[in-house]
Design a protein around this ligand. Structure first.
Ligand code: NAP
Length: 252
């Protein structure tokens, strides 16, 4: 299939989640054909693909802990589009567990967090790599990992969530070296993002988080989406680095 005149394709895992929606919107507005990857949220993902600006967007299953399903995704991309230029690893999971409560972070939860947040982005990259390598985007194909400032502040929903994002940032660097020059690999690292879920939490806690942020507020999901587009479209000489979208939170 000739792809010379077709728009570039961006695959977003966790595309129907709070931040994923904003990333899909920003990529569609920037001219990408967007594949909204989902695990459970098939209806929300399909509705999003239908309302994004531009044509050709589609919702496809992208369960990141199922490597066979990720290979099937890659095959669907080959058949439908003949290309995949950008992979945004946005799928992630966590649960609030106080850091001192080691018993509550049991093996099942630990395995779920690490399999989803660390093995998942690796497996998705592995499955889509043959397509990403042949991207004709300026600067080559891109893997964009949605990390968190918890990776280096070690403050976040639980101990292993923080560790999972530190592992993800480390993987960003290893893969950036290993996959250059054909594919760039970057982390975008938000502080607390004001998704509907975060909005539903205790307002006093949200205000406290905003007050501890030098820029005095939480990130809007759209700001993370715009950072992804800038990293993919404009930062064509950047790889293996972590781009913070955190209002200066670690400075406080
Ligand atoms: N919200 C924040 O303040 C914040 C801050 C820093 C970083 N982050 C990171 O940003 C990313 C998105 O977070 P969010 O706030 O948008 O969370 P969210 O609304 O809970 O969305 C999480 C997404 O991950 C997907 N997902 C979970 N397990 C999956 C699996 N096994 N396979 C495939 N997809 C799976 C879900 O897909 P389905 O709904 O289809 O099941 C959902 O779309 C995460 O990596 C998170 O760690 C969030």
């Amino acid at each position: 299939m000739s792809t010379a005149n077709t728009p570039p394709v961006a695959v977003v895992t966790g595309g129907a989640g709070g931040i994923g929606v904003a990333i899909c919107e920003a990529l569609a507005a920037a001219g990408f054909t967007v594949v909204v990857g989902y695990h459970r949220s098939v209806e929300a993902a399909s509705a999003l693909a239908a309302r994004l600006p531009g044509a050709g967007h589609v919702a496809l299953p992208a369960p990141v802990t199922d490597s066979a399903a990720l290979q099937a995704l890659a095959q669907q991309l080959r058949e439908r589009f003949g290309r995949a230029d950008v992979l945004v690893n946005c799928a992630g999971t966590t649960r609030f567990v106080p850091h001192a409560d080691l018993d509550q972070l049991d093996d099942a939860l630990a395995d779920q967090i690490l399999a989803t947040n660390v093995r998942g982005p690796f497996a998705a990259t592995r499955a889509l790599l043959p397509l990403l390598k042949t991207s004709t985007l300026p600067g080559g194909g891109v893997v964009l990992n949605i990390s968190s400032i918890a990776a280096h502040t070690a403050m976040g929903s639980n101990v292993l969530y923080c560790a999972s994002k530190a592992a993800l940032d480390n993987m960003t660097r290893s893969l950036a070296r290993a996959l250059a020059p054909a594919v760039r690999v970057l982390s975008v690292s938000p502080g607390l993002v004001d998704t509907d879920f975060v909005k539903s939490m205790d307002p006093r806690w949200r205000e406290e988080q905003a007050a501890r942020t030098p820029l005095g507020r939480l990130a809007a999901p759209a700001e993370v989406g715009r950072a992804v587009v800038v990293a993919v479209r404009d930062m064509t000489f950047s790889t293996g680095t972590v781009l913070a979208v955190d209002g200066g939170r670690p400075l406080a």
